[in-house]
Write a protein of this length. Structure first.
Length: 96
């Protein structure tokens, strides 16, 4: 299933509150308590997840990531939007 929501810089990303998660050195392991499915993400995905401790826009997330990682803003937005779409498809986040 592909996300039908267009993700632009002003889109607000929010965690699904039904997701349990645990931080590891190299990423995060998540579990959807409604479905029982497990998911894991690498350290950059984990950083994005940690930034979603409160709802944030794609632009706000990419501002932080561009400062922390050696990535240009356009590449960051494209890759983060793609990742957010994958998280949304799995029901891990919502996009408004």
């Amino acid at each position: 299933m592909k996300t039908l929501v267009t993700i632009d810089p002003q889109s607000t990303l929010s965690r699904n509150p039904a997701i349990l998660f645990n931080d590891f050195d190299d990423g995060i392991m998540m579990m959807d308590i409604d479905s029982g499915h497990y998911f894991d993400v690498d350290s950059i995905g984990g950083r994005i997840w940690s930034l979603l401790d409160q709802p944030r826009s794609l632009e706000q997330i990419c501002t932080v990531l561009a400062e922390e990682y050696d990535v240009d803003p356009a590449t960051c937005q494209a890759q983060t939007a793609q990742f957010a779409g994958e998280l949304a498809d799995k029901g891990l986040i919502t996009i408004a």
